[in-house]
Design a protein around this ligand. Structure first.
Ligand SMILES: Cc1cc2nc3c(=O)[nH]c(=O)nc-3n(C[C@H](O)[C@H](O)[C@H](O)COP(=O)(O)OP(=O)(O)OC[C@H]3O[C@@H](n4cnc5c(N)ncnc54)[C@H](O)[C@@H]3O)c2cc1C
Length: 458
């Protein structure tokens, strides 16, 4: 493929904004997870949709890979340039284009991060709820169909993206969706691009659904004797229809890691971290009902806080849990599992994972968005120890097998990249070939983020 040809053409209109510095290339070749650094040949920093179209057209002409880059926090190697090419970094396309408070929507460029969006929205009384913990970009979150702690109440990116502007693989600009809350108009192309990991086109604008800031918010923690007790309390809470805004599990190993990392002193037993949104009376009622359910399942130390600083401390601790777990075993790498099962099968999925981890001897603290049936075992290993690497891979493989057997999925939120590619055929069967056919139809030269998500021959 003609990477140098593409670089020569793109540098004529981007000038210094096409970077080939070693540090920039390495920065755009790394991942938060265990994949080795795979730098692109150059990093482009467009500022407009028109520049993105020119970049894609140059890459199409030269048959050069083009890979979108938001903030690089994806965990399955999605943004890495395993086949080289041009990394398109959207950090300079970070403007909020239009806020419509009366319709509760906003249109942004893809480089806007979720934290900066919420900063900007604060005065409007509205907020954007999807929260993957990392301060990810809206373009990256759209492309991975991200969710996180608040999906149990507000849904995932699938539920919160109303429309997109996309530069297709031929460099054409298309719009999908509208600002209307619903539509029966044709194929759901917005849904197709949400979660496509940059394999079908580059997203240059996103219109998002917003939500009203709740009148009252309270957060809570509750300890349990066993993970099974905590999970049963979650299942009952969800089945009773209590509108939880967040309901997160941390097992004793995760609690020990965050205690050491954040100077906390939670008892080292399974914990649920919760958040309630609503009116003052509604929040109090939800918390009390949850307290009764927790008590039935041997929950202790149930404590709820309404002070913003206490809530911030709690969720900062949760959001740093991944880094706390990594810090608990210095020098080790992490393989992050992400299975999601129907809620009624959650206890079984977690228990069998714990038994498997104990038998294998691989450290794997468990935490997750259990209100959605989604949890992560953070498998830790020394990547120079081939036996440990093999054991970690085998645990991950068995977790996926069991999730599929329980009616679930290999990935609740992190996506496919290259890390979960090996599970696609098992999960989707012939439907994976349909994904390949869509890829070939929309990107016949195979330049958009090649080697990810679809069958290798697509
Ligand atoms: C500590 C930690 C916790 C996390 N917790 C969660 C969690 O709870 N839930 C969750 O869902 N994820 C979680 N993640 C993963 C990550 O934050 C998400 O996958 C996030 O959506 C990635 O956004 P990003 O901006 O970093 O995208 P990147 O990593 O830069 O890119 C992700 C993918 O999107 C593509 N892309 C980026 N921008 C565009 C664009 N404009 N057009 C087309 N394609 C584009 C890239 O090519 C790549 O395929 C976590 C990660 C970390 C490190």
């Amino acid at each position: 493929m003609g990477v140098q040809e593409a670089i020569a053409e793109i540098s004529t209109f981007l000038g210094q904004r096409l970077s080939r510095s070693k540090s920039d290339l390495n920065l755009h070749g790394r991942s938060e997870s265990h994949f080795p650094c795979s730098p692109p040949n150059a990093v482009a920093y467009p500022e407009t949709t028109e520049e993105v179209t020119r970049i894609v057209k140059a890459c199409a002409k030269a048959e050069c890979p083009v890979i979108g880059w938001g903030t690089g926090t994806s965990l399955e190697g999605q943004a890495q340039a395993f086949q080289g090419g041009i990394s398109v970094d959207f950090s300079r396309m970070n403007r909020i284009l239009a806020v419509h408070p009366e319709d509760m929507d906003v249109t942004v460029q893809p480089g806007v991060t979720r934290e900066s969006l919420n900063e900007d929205l604060r005065a409007t009384g509205l907020f954007f709820p999807v929260d993957p913990g990392a301060n990810a970009s809206i373009g990256g979150m759209t492309s991975t169909r991200a969710s996180g702690t608040t999906a149990v109440r507000y849904g995932t990116m699938r539920d919160n993206v109303l429309g997109l502007e996309v530069v297709t693989a031929s460099g054409e600009v298309i719009r999908t969706g509208t600002r209307a809350r619903k539509s029966s108009s044709g194929y759901d192309l917005t849904g197709l691009f949400v979660g496509s990991e940059g394999t079908l086109g580059l997203i240059t604008e996103v219109t998002l659904r917003l939500h009203g800031q709740p009148e009252a918010i309270s957060s809570a923690v509750c300890g349990f004797e066993t993970v099974g007790d905590a999970v049963q309390a979650v299942i009952e809470t969800i089945q009773m229809g209590i509108p939880m805004a967040r309901i997160e599990l941390m097992d004793p190993a995760s609690v020990a890691a965050v205690n050491a990392y954040a100077g906390m002193d939670l008892p080292e037993r399974p914990h649920l971290l919760l958040e309630f949104h609503g009116s003052d009376a509604g929040v109090a009622e939800q918390a009390e009902t949850f307290g009764l359910i927790a008590a039935e399942h041997r929950g202790t130390g149930f404590d709820w806080a309404t002070r913003p600083e206490d809530r911030t401390a709690l969720w900062t601790m949760r959001h740093n849990a991944y880094h706390a777990i990594l810090a608990s075993r210095p020098g080790m790498r992490a393989l992050v599992t992400d299975i999601c099962v129907p809620i009624s099968r959650l206890a079984e999925a977690i228990e069998t994972t714990r038994t498997d981890l104990e038998a294998t001897g691989i450290p794997g603290p468990i935490l997750g968005h259990v209100g959605d049936g989604n949890f992560h075992a953070i498998l830790l290993f020394d990547d120079t120890d081939t036996e440990a690497v093999g054991k970690a891979m085998a645990v991950s493989e068995r977790m996926v097998e069991r999730a599929l057997a329980l009616g679930g999925t290999a990935t609740g939120e992190h996506g496919i990249g290259i890390g979960k590619l090996g599970y696609m055929e098992r999960e989707h069967g012939a439907a994976w070939c349909v994904m390949g056919a869509l890829k070939r139809a929309l990107d016949p030269k195979g330049i958009m983020n090649p080697g990810k998500l679809v069958p290798p021959d697509s």
